[in-house]
Design a protein around this ligand. Structure first.
Ligand code: SAM
Length: 309
């Protein structure tokens, strides 16, 4: 059986340094601290492809209803991602997916990055391209969220898109509650596997059960009987805060097994959210693929290989 890579190749080209229509800009930011990149597994591009796709759809929908539109990236990284394979391909990270590919669709961009080195590089890279409409925070996002919310609440009726992309369980329920209680669309990298491991072993990033309770806001995680339950429990907790929440989740797969979920959270609309259809279709495409498909697609689009074989 062969896998059709047409969709994946097309989407990867939009975020890969040599195929992007922003090749020149990416070259410029690569000159800044060239050795500083977030290093990722080959399945990470599936997450970035989904983010890029989602921003397209959400921004078009928001454009009809809102004049002020905010993109808020609370685990921003350094702006460039290097894939951990022998070719070390470079893809733009979430800040530049938003700033380059979706610049005119948003009126303001907010980025938060805790690590000093990544933050400084991100700041230099953004300044190099002379963007003006952004705010940067070198802080733990759980402690700077109020500052961002104060800023966005200055506008009467803004559209807010939050990308919450932690490595582990670093986004507290107290912070999530703040996002749920303002009108917003949220894309969360939900570490189902790491959470389940913590449930089973009390061990994730050294905090175990404590980290789970901070992430879930209570001990509801104790009800989980298997990995799949973890996300369902989290969704139930969300519904207690945002009764009109609508979800769509995508599995990010590696050939050795499932890696994590992406959870998209929005509001129910009067017409039943028909605008989500293309998002769901994109999710289905992503779930057909894994890290291996990403590697082959990158080989083809970077002309290291001609076809699937
Ligand atoms: C998964 S990476 C983000 C990658 C980025 N979103 C992208 O797609 O290119 C997570 C980043 O969050 C940063 N980080 C970790 N904990 C944080 C916190 N509590 N607040 C803000 N940033 C944090 C890490 O230093 C790392 O750069």
């Amino acid at each position: 059986m062969t896998t059709d890579l047409t969709w994946l190749k097309k989407q990867l080209k939009k975020i890969e340094e040599t195929n992007s229509s922003f090749k020149e800009e990416i070259n410029k930011i690569k000159e800044t601290d060239p050795y500083i990149c977030n290093e990722f597994h080959p399945w990470t591009p599936l997450k970035l492809v989904f983010l890029n796709y989602l921003l397209d759809v959400c921004a078009i929908v928001a454009n009809n209803n809102y004049s002020k539109k905010n993109y808020i990236d609370v685990f921003a990284g350094s702006g460039l991602n290097k894939i951990k394979t022998k070719y070390e391909d470079i893809l733009i990270g979430s800040p530049f997916i938003a700033l380059l590919n979706h610049n005119t669709k948003f009126t303001k961009f907010f980025f938060c990055e805790k690590e000093k080195e990544s933050f400084k590089t991100l700041e230099k890279r953004i300044n190099k391209l002379n963007f003006k409409n952004f705010s940067l925070f070198n802080l733990d996002c759980n402690s700077c969220l109020d500052k961002i919310l104060d800023e966005i609440k200055k506008d009467k009726f803004p559209y807010n898109f939050f990308f919450v992309d932690p490595f582990d369980l670093d986004f507290s329920w107290q912070s999530m509650k703040k996002l749920l209680n303002i009108r917003s669309d949220i894309l969360l990298t939900f570490m189902s596997r790491a959470s389940w491991r913590a449930v089973c072993t009390n061990e994730v990033t050294g905090h175990g059960y404590k980290a789970l309770t901070t992430f879930f806001g209570d001990d509801s995680w104790k009800q989980a009987k298997c990995e799949r339950d973890i996300l369902e429990i989290y969704k139930k907790n969300i519904l207690k805060e945002r009764s009109d929440a609508v979800f769509y989740s995508v599995h990010i797969n590696s050939v050795k097994g499932f890696a994590y979920n992406l959870l998209f959270i929005t509001h129910k609309t009067g017409t039943g959210n028909p605008w989500m259809k293309p998002i769901i279709n994109a999710g289905h495409e992503i779930e057909k693929h894994s890290d291996k498909a990403v590697e082959i697609s990158l080989d083809i689009i970077k002309k290291r290989q001609n076809t699937l074989f």
